[in-house]
Write a protein that binds this ligand. Structure first.
Ligand code: XIL
Length: 353
């Protein structure tokens, strides 16, 4: 009898181990060999007082050796460009595909880079089952909490900070009419932050917004929103300013400094999360235009370096070849042939130790 029950116990343990392994493999998309090969000899980035990051695409990191070399020579932080978005991570309800993001997180860990998680709640890059569904508030809230809990706990201790809510505001300062707002009301923002905090209390949680770098209606609305969250005791740690901008009219160092000080006064960290500086596609690549681009990057880095609570600057793409805006706009620090542009040294200078 006893032998039989111990055999039963062993059997159950084996089954549990297999199920656990399968679940782990299912969640991580496999295991085995690293999916981004780190070159044996690669440049290490300069010693910096603050993290300098880039958005990284798995396909580029796998296929384009100069892209990987440039990343390793310059950046100390990595944001998965798309791999953590909802359409990629939960393409069917409750079916999680985290393998591509795992490959990026694993690469960051092997090379000692910080990871910013991007992004848990947004109105874009959502799967059809979510946007096409008809949801009660209770159901959708459950879906949102399950998604956040699954992702944040999967990378607990590995993702240093999360863009929990992305781009909640319109330019006129009203909340974007998304699935989230329509079904859950404005409280979806607090719900998302609370769920993320419960899953990893050590991760720093950000609200990330575009086109709020300068004073104006949108910045005022962003300020009121995060101030309200703080007052309600919602676990928000910081505000991300994307800073997608142009050579013609980038925010100045003084404007960014004032913006950072305004949000820091609420007890929040700030960060530049997605910077790029577009050159008009028809404009030739002259030294003058590259110098203006470099100045825009330098100004942002200097504002961050001199702020009391700016915790990093991330650019949106390693090389122009892979930029989401297209190579013709030449918006990143490295050209289409992966060579450094003046902007590369310009952004590094204020961040050096
Ligand atoms: C972009 C990616 O770079 C593209 O590859 C994708 O097709 C669309 O999304 N604001 C954000 C980022 O918060 O997630 C966006 O990234 C760029 C704008």
């Amino acid at each position: 009898m006893q032998r039989r029950s111990s055999r039963l116990l062993i059997g159950l343990a084996v089954l549990a181990a297999i199920a656990g392994g399968l679940l782990g493999a299912f969640l991580s998309g496999g295991g085995g060999a690293p999916r981004i090969a780190v070159p044996a000899r690669h440049g290490s980035p300069p010693a910096l007082k603050l993290p300098l990051g880039s958005a990284v695409r798995l396909d580029a990191a796998q296929q384009d050796k100069p892209y990987l070399r440039d990343f390793l020579a310059t950046f100390t932080s990595l944001t998965p460009e798309n791999a953590m978005k909802w359409d990629e991570t939960e393409p069917r309800r409750g079916h999680y595909t985290l393998g591509d993001a795992d490959a990026l997180v694993d690469f960051a860990q092997r090379t000692g880079r910080r990871v910013r998680g991007h992004t848990l709640v947004w109105d874009q890059q959502l799967p059809a089952w979510l946007t096409g569904g008809s949801w009660s508030a209770g159901e959708l809230r459950q879906v949102l909490e399950d998604h956040i809990r699954t992702l944040v706990s999967h990378w607990k201790g590995k993702v240093e900070s999360w863009d929990v809510v992305n781009e909640p505001l319109e330019n006129d300062g009203t909340l974007t009419r998304s699935l989230w707002l329509n079904v859950l009301g404005p409280g979806y923002i607090a719900t998302a932050f609370r769920a993320a905090h419960a899953a990893d209390p050590d991760a720093r949680l950000f609200l990330n917004e575009l086109a709020a770098e300068r004073p104006g209606r949108k910045q005022d609305a962003l300020y009121a929103l995060v101030k309200g969250l703080k007052e309600q005791g919602v676990p928000i740690d910081g505000v991300g300013f994307q800073n997608h901008t142009t050579v013609g009219n980038p925010p100045s160092e003084a404007q960014l400094a004032a913006t950072f000080a305004r949000f820091e006064a609420l007890g929040l960290d700030v960060e530049i999360t997605e910077m790029d500086v577009t050159i008009p596609p028809h404009h030739p690549t002259t030294d003058r235009i590259l110098a203006r681009q470099a100045q825009a990057y330098r100004d942002a880095a200097a504002a961050c370096a001199n702020a009391s609570r700016c915790t990093g600057l991330t650019v949106w793409g390693v090389t122009d070849r892979w930029s989401w805006l297209g190579a013709a706009k030449r918006p990143t620090l490295y050209d289409a042939h992966a060579g450094p542009k003046p902007a590369r040294d310009a952004v590094l200078a204020p961040l050096r130790k």
